[in-house]
Design a protein around this ligand. Sequence first.
Ligand code: HPA
Length: 275
Amino acid sequence: MNSLSLKDKTMQAVSYLSDRLAAPPRIGLILGTGLGTLGDKIQRATMINYGEIPYFPESTVEFHAGKLISGTLAGQAVLAMQGRFHYYEGYTMQEITLPIRVMHQLGIRTLIISNAAGGIREELSPGTLALINDHINLMGDNPLIGTFDPFLGSRFPDMSEPYSVKLRHLAHKAAEDLGIKLVDSIYAAVSGPSFETPAEIRMLRAFGIDSIGMSVVPEVLVARQLAMDVLGLSAITDQSLPEEMQPISHEQVSRVAKEITPTFNALVEEIIKRI
Ligand code: HPA
């Protein structure tokens, strides 16, 4: 990190982007591992590689595209991140969440965040779409730690409704109307990049956790600090049950997420239409 404040970095990225975006975006989208193709459906699209944007880190993970796409999806002005930054890549929590501050500054007040996650509960088998109802932060860090400036939002953000109840109802209704199974989940984020041991899976189960991944929570914490409404969706790509642990690979995670993509895309488009 250099000495520039988070506010300065945000504003430099915003001033770079504001002339280049198709239209002022209303809804922000973060497309996780294997889920990037929704970005290709955006109409009248403008694409900007992360590498061009001041203070955006670069995506270093395979299967993550690494660009911002602005345009129209299901009739709404959206700004999508095709690929995100992860803590395990070695970036700080503040670096990986800078795009959320930029989105907020560009006028976005609703954020749809997606990822690939592992199922821990029986019902969350690979290929299932899960709605995140609540989360547990097991990453051992928090993006809100640091020097405070009111520009950042609240110093002590309330977390009684991290995932908007209204958006969750809307998502369930949309899924029901499309005949898509959408399973409620309590999600936990770990730092990764190693997957979980059998003992960790047993602990996570005992904690009441249904699904596990290496992202989402940092972005949600910043979005809530800024009072944005959040919807979280996980593509369940693998399942770890303590009695029958199977080896997991990043390739499997990406492959199964890609298989869920058509369902994911249809659901998110329907949700956006109804927001
Ligand atoms: N554990 C952690 N992160 C993940 C998993 C998992 O099983 N699947 C996809 N991301």
